[in-house]
Design a protein. Structure first.
Length: 276
């Protein structure tokens, strides 16, 4: 049965990424520019970093330099035209305010930031003119009283122009769902390292490692992840180094098996060759 599962899940990894919902010719062309052709390529397109949208930060606790998720009511929105057109909006929470600035904006942004709207923003907090601001934060309209937050850290992927983070996250989520269709048997089908080796070094299965790297737990340590010292990351690093070592070993053995022929030339010809 294990060999059957292995063949099934190997075929899933080799399937064209266009087999996933929403991946048409336009998206596929952009993925090709990222060297993503198959579902396996997509699963190993790992995040550059992560954003923590698992908790809301009160505006009274914000510190410049933090990248945080905040929520408040739009107090006012205006377009300033001193040097260039800038959309400026004030987000208020009780007695605290954060200014939102957009140097590139559309009518859609202005309509979203209507005074009285409840907005959730993610971005880097900066000090500006005696107050705090966010420049080009992500914004979402929320209903009053809604506190539902992300269940895991949000991955940020390497991209090309025309492909946004929400799009690639949806595609990766589909690929990840294929890993958990049959639970642990699916993990066995994907696993290349011997179980004894995984147990010896307390390493997770490949499926578990990929799931974590694309969807880190809420309580995961960002410091540990940024230092690439989490067991899931170490598992991937170990496998890559092992594959590199084995490929070099195979190359060395191949070289040793193909010796160049020995030239038994006459002494005079050999001397001529060496002198030249």
């Amino acid at each position: 049965m294990v060999s059957v599962h292995c063949r099934q899940h190997e075929s899933v990894l080799l399937q064209a990424v266009t087999s996933l919902k929403g991946v048409g010719p336009a998206i596929a062309e952009k993925l090709v520019r990222l060297h993503i052709f198959s579902i396996g390529d997509l699963l190993f397109h790992l995040p550059l970093r992560y954003e923590d949208k698992t908790r809301l930060w009160p505006m009274s606790t914000l510190i410049p330099g933090q990248s945080v998720l905040i929520e408040g009511e739009v107090a006012n929105t205006r377009v300033e035209t001193a040097r260039r057109r800038v959309l400026v909006s004030t987000l208020r929470e009780e007695d605290n305010e954060v200014t939102l600035r957009f140097f590139r904006f559309s009518r859609f942004h202005q309509q979203r930031l209507t005074p009285g709207a409840r907005i959730r923003c993610y971005g880097e907090v900066q000090r500006y003119a005696g107050g705090l601001q966010m420049v080009h934060p992500e914004t979402h309209i929320v209903k009053p009283g809604v506190v539902e937050l992300d269940a895991h850290l949000t991955p940020v992927y390497p991209l090309v122009e025309g492909l946004g983070q929400p799009s690639i996250r949806k595609i990766v989520d589909q690929a990840l769902s294929l890993l958990s269709v049959e639970g642990e048997q699916a993990a066995l089908g994907l696993e290349l390292l011997p179980q004894a080796l995984l147990a010896q070094f307390s390493m997770p299965t490949l499926a578990t490692a990929l799931n974590f790297i694309h969807r880190p737990d809420v309580d995961a340590s960002l410091a540990q992840i940024n230092a690439t010292s989490h067991p899931a990351q170490q598992r991937i690093i170990y496998e890559e180094l092992l594959a590199h070592h084995l490929s070099l070993r195979e190359l060395r053995l191949r070289t040793e098996r193909h010796q160049a022929p020995e030239l038994n030339a006459k002494p005079r010809l050999r001397t001529q060759l060496e002198n030249s």
